[in-house]
Design a protein around this ligand. Sequence first.
Ligand SMILES: Cc1cc2nc3c(=O)[nH]c(=O)nc-3n(C[C@H](O)[C@H](O)[C@H](O)COP(=O)(O)OP(=O)(O)OC[C@H]3O[C@@H](n4cnc5c(N)ncnc54)[C@H](O)[C@@H]3O)c2cc1C
Length: 416
Amino acid sequence: MGYSGLRVIYEALTGHKGWKPAWRDPAPQSEYDIVIVGGGGHGLATAYYLAREFGQARIAVLEKGWIGGGNVGRNTTIIRSNYLLDGNEPFYELSLRLWEGLEQELNFNAMVSQRGILNLVHTDAQRDAARRRGNAMILNGSDAELLDQDGVRALYPFLNFDDARFPIKGGLLHRRGGTVRHDGVAWGYARAADRRGVDIIQNCEVTGFRIENGRVRGVETSRGYIGAGKVGVAVAGSSSRVMQKAGLRLPIESHVLQAFVSEGLKPLIPGVITFGAGHFYCSQSDKGGLVFGGDIDMYNSYAQRGNLPVIEDVLEGGMALIPALGRVRLLRAWGGIMDMSMDGSPFIDRTGIEGLYFNGGWCYGGFKATPASGFCFAHLMATDRPHAVAGAYRLDRFRSGHMIDEKGQGAQPNLH
Ligand SMILES: Cc1cc2nc3c(=O)[nH]c(=O)nc-3n(C[C@H](O)[C@H](O)[C@H](O)COP(=O)(O)OP(=O)(O)OC[C@H]3O[C@@H](n4cnc5c(N)ncnc54)[C@H](O)[C@@H]3O)c2cc1C
């Protein structure tokens, strides 16, 4: 069934009896050509591009819970192409371009909203770094504008300009960045993949891999054994635990990241703002809630909930930047498990086991990567060659000394 405005009007006039489930609920088959482990944004996008772009068939996505229950439905919805390094920026620019045509392609309203992202600067050194990043972005085909204080004030007059411990000196504006309805992305890809024959199997946890003579033959699941020619793992925060079942240790630690949403307010924040002197970023959802977050919880965990000191830290950052926040009531807070890599950059690579591929290490920035991650992982799995923009995301880059360290912090996952 195609979705359109006319369809909505027709269904409204006929009692909404014609809507069909957005995807089937098939029983697992005994064997597939390709099995994707993890029905988050990345796994679903991979299955979709495998079917649409690379003509692959007999594909299944195995999800231990339900579609949208992982980080794809827990993030703060920000998309952007504002990276500094060559290993990253072309990849994120591809992702943003895919976002720009995604809703038409999937025939699904994922509420892609390019409302702009403003990264504030508070010191001369930060301004220099922002200028350098902006130049790198432009050289890679993205957009960037350096604003002075008046430019920021014109967009966000309610920020704390005059009585601030860290005065706002300007900001780097990336107009094509913005937000997307996060779980809508999972549903859109799931529906489009299902239409191309992909079996999406929920409540099906992968509990092991069957590996013979260095080659993967299939996966053990809570719903029985499923044979597979190729297996791609895209389980985000569960990466270490799942890959351990294939005997692999990853350069990844799992940490919690929390997010918050306020009660609904009238339109206040037109785009996305990030504080440059503390960990705080904020946007406003179309329902009116302020959506904000900050740093990870700084200790290893697989729990999808966080601790109180980080809540205090995030809210202090928020109050320092937007004093009016003090009058807003908090509605909800939640957490998701981050697959923090040692240099803050991801992996899309083969493993040493033939037919077993890995996608992970997205840290807290994997939502914006969803389309390009799916596209490049599908490219790798279908052709056995890395896509040109994802060639740096190798698992062995620490051994070979080719870290992609945006922040220059070194091999310390909780600093990225
Ligand atoms: C609070 C928060 C804020 C964030 N904000 C942003 C942001 O603003 N912008 C941004 O770009 N990124 C953001 N991120 C990061 C982003 O959400 C993740 O990097 C990205 O969603 C991870 O990819 P995914 O969607 O495939 O993960 P998930 O949705 O977590 O998918 C992985 C799936 O694998 C399943 N799984 C795990 N183990 C198994 C198994 N054994 N068998 C079968 N299935 C299994 C899980 O149930 C899960 O559904 C944020 C994350 C959080 C938590």
